[in-house]
Design a protein around this ligand. Structure first.
Ligand code: GDP
Length: 301
């Protein structure tokens, strides 16, 4: 939590500090409220949520007639929290079923941090004493499977992969889950391909991977990895993916390197899917469950 605060606040506190500075001006006039709006939009909060936050703040300031900084800060905190959503179920389903492991599919465009996220997630689960198997279903590039296997070695879990380039991704994913069943592990995490250049092919492939894996039983989580630094582009990617697979959670990566933490709000709103995990760096321990309170506090710290 301390690290979360450090990492997030280093890049995002400009947002919180900017908003607090605006709110503590001598006069809260129309121009100031417009600046508040601009600040939120620049942090990628998105148009709808921004309007809601500003309207609510304006109304509350008007009704209360207060300019007390501590109160204004608390109001801002509450409105940001409301926008982020506190009553959303962000639980990651990683509990083994009676006869088979929990299965997590990780999808997203190349470069967003998919493979790194699989590695970090495996590390988190191992730390919870869970047995994990990784599946390298990005068979298009040998380097992708290699990278995943390296993560597997690093965190001490086996990686199921194909010997040959261009093997059928669905069959590798199927084999990974099969091994997970045979070895009675708790969780199988399947890394998938993300070449968006060939959109139709990729989407067909992902749908097929999921269907084939589900011959063993339903997939528990489909996590969509989005790079927080890509803004609207990330939102468009998210829409494309959610058309072919039922995304159950979002992983927002690279939140350590951006002042655009507001994307958390925008992406949840546009997909109606909760942000469940956030990436805060390249190391094995740089993945955290998304905690709205800690997040908003970090913004305002
Ligand atoms: P993939 O192509 O989607 O599998 O992406 P990779 O897992 O290979 O990650 C792409 C790059 O992003 C790598 O250099 C990672 O180290 C980096 N990366 C992944 N997650 C994070 C994160 O949360 N923060 C930062 N700063 N870098 C990250």
């Amino acid at each position: 939590l301390v690290r979360l605060r450090e990492r997030l606040s280093r890049s995002n506190s400009a947002l919180g500090q900017g908003l607090l500075a605006l709110l503590s001006r001598d006069t809260l006039d129309e121009a100031t409220w417009e600046e508040v709006e601009e600040t939120l939009l620049l942090a990628d909060v998105g148009f709808g949520p921004t309007t809601e936050i500003v309207d609510a703040l304006r109304e509350r300031v008007k009704v209360l007639g207060t300019r007390e900084p501590a109160l204004l800060r608390e109001m801002l905190r509450e409105e940001l929290l409301r926008a982020v959503g506190t009553d959303v179920d962000r639980t990651l389903r990683t509990t083994r079923h009676a006869d088979r492991p929990a299965v997590i599919m990780v999808v997203g465009v190349n470069g967003t941090g998919k493979t790194t996220t699989v590695g970090k997630l495996a590390r988190v689960l191992v730390a919870e004493d869970k047995d994990v198997v990784l599946g390298a279903a990005d068979t298009f590039r040998a380097a992708a499977a290699e990278q995943l296997a390296t993560w597997g070695d690093r965190v001490g879990v086996p990686t199921v992969r194909s010997d040959k380039d261009g093997a059928d991704p669905a069959s590798v994913a199927f084999d990974a889950v099969k091994q997970g069943i045979d070895d009675e592990v708790d969780v199988v995490i399947v890394d998938t391909a993300g070449r968006l250049q060939n959109k139709v092919g990729l989407m067909d492939e992902l749908g097929k991977v999921k269907r084939v894996v589900e011959r063993h039983g339903p997939v528990d989580e489909v996590l969509l990895v989005l790079d927080a630094t890509t803004g609207q582009n990330g939102l468009r990617q998210a829409a494309v993916f959610s058309e072919v697979v039922d995304v159950t959670g979002i992983v927002l990566t690279k939140l350590d390197g951006t002042a655009k933490g507001g994307i958390v709000v925008a992406v949840q709103r546009s997909l109606d899917v909760p942000v469940k995990l956030i990436g805060l760096g390249e190391g094995p321990d740089d993945l955290a469950p998304f905690d709205p309170e800690a997040f908003v506090d970090a913004l305002l710290s």
